[in-house]
Design a protein around this ligand. Structure first.
Ligand code: PFF
Length: 466
């Protein structure tokens, strides 16, 4: 039947799909840059604490709310009898929508690199920065143009998503993850060895383990919070949607630990591969230019390893898989919401939504260089500023919508639905939840206070806008 609710085909299928949602571009494309900007070791430490004390309880909360109600993100609040919390769901869905717009485009860049390494790796090796900028429409002579090739690849990436979503949760998403995830992990380990042994990498490695607190401010905390939630796919309806497909026999507490651990491990691995590679590749003058880290700096790693071009293709292929499984989870939760809330038909909804998101995403790719469209931002220290539209999209989701949606979720579970209900749901699998008391305190007091404080302080104290 067209709109019947799906269920995961196997236990492993769910863990891999949830981990597949978590592990994505965020870990490899965003995390290393953030870790670099946040002062290396300090950022890693703050990030880790946030994952343990805020991320994991939030994920558990979302999974339990989803499974208890077996509904989509907005339906959850209706079903549990608290319609006045529907706004949390709406923010989640809209956040997921905006993220997908740009996510699919970065996925397209990854696809471009798969083809690039397969067909013209020597051009990448000879000028990796130039190749990246060129893809985004910024040419060596300073002129710009609409990056049609990147846009074309983004269209292909989005189409791949739509096809998998139309084929359904089980056959599409699960199969994908079973091979892709372990393969990605192994390849990362290989790259780690190559990267840290490059000439000049030691300095980067040192940077990643040293604690330089002078670079840390409230903005760092907000960046780490936004990054951790983004990376774990929480604060956006995803884990609620995925939890709703779970049978009651599943131990969601154990799964939460596994997913958080996998996701964080991949992010750290990527950080320890890419930051040292950046130090070894770009040199002092270029080092601050965050965005293209994962695309630009790895060229040297591949260039200087035996079979580098082969590994280059393989790496971007696996990153493509990781990006797809994450993007699929975003699209799935948007489609699940639209089909259930408005009773729209699944296939048509998927196609229409994907086309719209792709088109909005074109703004993301085009405003990297070619189109000077700006967004608008405000904080007390800098007043009103006008970041590039592409950055604005990311600020909007990572720095506002994700934290606010997460905050709404913990207030809902901590104070309205009550932690006891969540704990009861967690224990449905028949295993006692040993950390129930700690969980209740975290979700009721620690998480909402911490999220709110970080949100407010960062706006009050100002953020470093690049
Ligand atoms: N967690 C994914 C990543 O790190 O790339 C991205 C993502 C997927 C964010 C799903 C949010 C989401 F709901």
């Amino acid at each position: 039947m067209e709109n019947e609710r799906a269920q995961w085909g196997s236990k492993l299928g769910f863990i891999l799909a949830a981990a597949g949602s978590a592990v994505g571009l965020g870990n490899i494309w965003k995390f290393p840059g953030r870790a670099f900007e946040g002062g290396g070791g300090c950022f890693l430490l703050i990030y880790l604490l946030i994952v343990i004390f805020l991320g994991a309880p939030m994920m558990l909360t979302e999974l339990s709310v989803g499974r208890a109600s077996q509904a989509n993100i907005v339906g959850v609040f209706h079903k549990l009898g608290h319609r006045n919390f529907s706004w949390v769901g709406w923010i989640g869905v809209i956040g997921a929508f905006i993220i997908t717009c740009y996510y699919a485009h970065v996925g397209g860049w990854v696809l471009r690199y798969v083809v690039g390494y397969a067909t013209e790796s020597s051009s990448i090796y000879s000028d990796s920065l130039g190749y990246f900028y060129n893809m985004l429409g910024l040419h060596g002579d300073g002129t710009t143009s609409i990056p049609w090739v990147a846009i074309l690849f983004a269209a292909i990436f989005m189409a791949m998503n739509a096809i998998i979503i139309i084929r359904g949760v089980e056959s599409g998403i699960e199969k994908f993850n079973k091979i892709g995830m372990p393969a990605l992990f192994i390849l990362l380990l290989i790259l780690l060895v190559r990267s840290v042994t490059l000439d000049g990498a030691a300095e980067g490695l040192q940077y990643m383990v040293s604690l330089d607190w002078s670079k840390v401010n409230f903005s760092t905390f907000l960046a780490a919070l936004g990054q951790a939630f983004y990376s774990l796919s929480i604060g956006m309806a995803i884990m609620i949607t995925y939890g709703s497909y779970l049978p009651k026999t599943e131990n969601i507490a154990k799964n939460t630990v596994l997913i958080c651990a996998m996701d964080t491990m991949v992010a750290f691995l990527a950080g320890f591969i890419i930051v040292p590679a950046v130090f070894a590749t770009l040199g002092e003058s270029e080092i601050g230019k965050g965005g293209g880290f994962a695309f630009v700096s790895l060229a040297k790693v591949f260039d200087q390893m035996p079979g580098g071009t082969f590994f280059g293709v393989l790496f971007y292929l696996l990153l493509l898989f990781a990006a797809l499984t994450s993007c699929i989870s975003l699209v799935e939760s948007i489609v699940a919401f639209l089909t259930e809330h408005f009773l729209w038909e699944r296939t048509r909804t998927t196609i229409i939504v994907c086309v719209i998101m792709f088109l909005i995403g074109c703004l993301y790719t085009c405003t990297q260089a070619a189109v000077p469209l700006k967004g608008i931002w405000f904080d007390a220290a800098n007043g009103v500023t006008y970041p590039a539209f592409c950055d604005f999209m990311e600020y909007l989701t990572d720095r506002i919508m994700i934290p606010v949606c997460a905050l709404g979720c913990c207030i809902f579970v901590g104070w309205v639905w009550k932690p006891e209900s969540a704990i009861e749901e967690i224990e449905q699998c028949g295993v006692r939840f040993g950390l129930a008391k700690v969980y209740a305190i975290l979700i009721k007091y620690v998480a909402p206070v911490a999220i709110l404080a970080i949100l407010i302080m960062s706006f009050a104290a100002g953020m470093t806008l690049s």
